[in-house]
Design a protein around this ligand. Structure first.
Ligand code: ATP
Ligand code: MG
Length: 455
């Protein structure tokens, strides 16, 4: 096959894969490709997005490229100067060390490896397992750099989950909030379904609070979890698909490995009343089944209301077997279909032993239907005593001096003013992920990015 045809196919695959993960293919020429993440808009998980995308692209390229040729991939992370390109095929003119380092690593990544700079590795952690590769001498740098080779996905869905393996910081404060959630659960246990939204800024402790709440639950309470992914192109109903997997106990087994009959059996075990919804559950889980295909009258506009009803039925019937705590996280990223389903669940939950707790960041408030038992927990920063207890436990100290404590517990007012002063810079200097790829072979091998020709 002609090199031009191969390149065109690779470009098509890259546009699709990288675009789906929220990045852009900035250029592809002479066997060199530059992909950017965090441009023009940043996401807090641009690091893992970039690594997910290049791993997928590497697999696609394996089937596209001939003679066992593969991509050589380098990923860098950090601040770059980016501006829309006025000429040529590039979408952005980009300059910065992360891009140059990504390019440099691509040229050192043999045999289809993905190499990360130390900065990129820090951001991709803990979602990917990595191993240190051989140190490389970077031009104009005194010290050699130790890149990290991507070994594979770690299987951790959140940073908190990954941190749990190493041991979380000692939990401190939040006793009123825990008591509040506990009281809501008791009301739900008595058959008055409750909705509690836990709202607060990123990192303030929403997930940790819900984690601690769940840890303290009695064993007869069934915990069902769902999380909204940060990817803006996630499939509809993602949090409820996760929650449904939890409800049916099918874990994270990929859809293609799930047996339709076995899953149907689990649905019937939960309640024979759910039989009519079987095709919808299988559809949500991505399992194809001729026997349980979606009936024609539920295709098109009637599918969404039918899915809402099926989800409401699953969680309310689960709550008829045992009290259920449905924990839905990161609702600020929820898709519209999931949000509609949540509101319907809130309406039907009123007479069930169901507590629905939903965490989200400010700016994405949920307006609940009137006929729901709903309350909002607004989380602010930990108070001085609780913050100091956390710091002391991290440092392994029994106590901290007053001066040290005062210096560390910076007043919230100071923090917010320094944060906002950083904002204007972002319009001129964007954070970017540089991903370089080149392919071995006579006509393909090159070691640098076109973006390096910073004319
Ligand atoms: N009360 C607490 N005591 C000790 N550590 C805490 C407490 N609250 C939060 N943390 C720690 O702070 C970090 C961030 O907390 P968490 O992940 O719960 O934030 P979040 O509000 O869920 O953020 P995001 O909106 O990004 O999901 C975690 O490592 C967590 O263990
Ligand atoms: Mg969280």
């Amino acid at each position: 096959m002609e090199v031009d045809t191969l390149l065109a196919r690779l470009r098509g695959a890259a546009d699709e894969v990288v675009g789906r993960h929220g990045g852009v293919v900035n250029e592809l020429s002479d066997g060199e490709m530059v992909c950017l993440f965090g441009v023009p808009a940043t996401h807090e998980d641009d690091g893992p997005r970039a690594v997910r995308a290049v791993l997928e692209l590497r697999e696609r390229a394996r089937t596209l490229l001939r003679d066992g040729a593969s991509l050589q991939i380098g990923v860098g992370a950090g601040l770059c100067v980016v501006q829309p390109a006025r000429r040529g095929e590039r979408r952005y003119a980009v300059a910065g060390a992360p891009l140059e380092l990504a390019s440099f690593l691509a040229s050192h990544a043999g045999g289809g490896a993905v190499l990360l700079t130390p900065d990129a590795q820090r951001l991709a952690h803990p979602f990917f397992d990595t191993a240190p590769a051989c140190p490389v001498s970077v031009p104009d740098r005194a010290e050699p750099m130790v890149p990290h080779r991507v070994v594979g996905a770690s299987g951790h869905a959140t940073r908190l989950e990954a941190a749990g393996e190493l041991g979380l910081t000692a939990f401190s404060g939040r006793s009123a909030e825990l008591a509040f959630l506990r009281a809501a659960l008791e009301r739900a246990r008595g058959g008055r379904g409750q909705m509690v939204t836990v709202m607060g800024e990123a990192g303030v402790g929403k997930s940790r609070l819900l984690h601690e709440f769940v840890q303290r639950l009695e064993s007869d309470v069934r915990v069902i979890r769902g999380r909204c992914p940060a990817q803006n192109n996630a499939l509809p109903y993602h949090p409820f698909t996760e929650a449904l997997r939890d409800t049916l106990d099918v874990g994270v087994t990929p859809a293609h490995a799930l047996d339709a009959h076995a899953v149907a059996g689990r649905v019937m075990d939960l309640s024979p009343e759910l039989e009519e919804f079987l095709p919808l559950y299988l559809h949500l889980l991505g399992i194809s089944s001729e026997h349980h295909s979606i009936p024609p009258h539920l295709r098109g506009g009637t599918l969404r209301p039918a899915i809402r009803e099926a989800l409401s039925a699953a969680f309310t019937l689960a709550a008829s077997v045992a009290p259920v705590a449905l924990v839905l996280e990161d609702w600020h990223w929820a898709d519209a279909a999931s949000h509609e389903a949540l509101l319907q669940i809130a309406e039907v939950a009123l007479e069930c032993a169901l507590l629905v707790s939903v965490s989200y960041r400010p700016g994405h408030e949920v307006v609940w239907p009137e006929a729901t038992a709903h309350a909002t927990l607004r989380l602010g920063p930990l108070d001085v005593t609780a913050s100091i207890a956390v710091i002391a436990s991290v440092l392994g100290a029994d106590a901290l001096s007053d001066e040290f404590a005062a210096a560390i517990h910076e007043p919230a007012a100071t923090r917010s003013s320094s944060r906002s002063s950083a904002t204007p810079c972002r319009s001129r200097v964007c954070s970017a992920w540089g991903t370089g790829a080149s392919s071995p072979g006579d006509r393909w091998t090159t070691s640098t990015f076109p973006a390096r020709s910073k004319a």
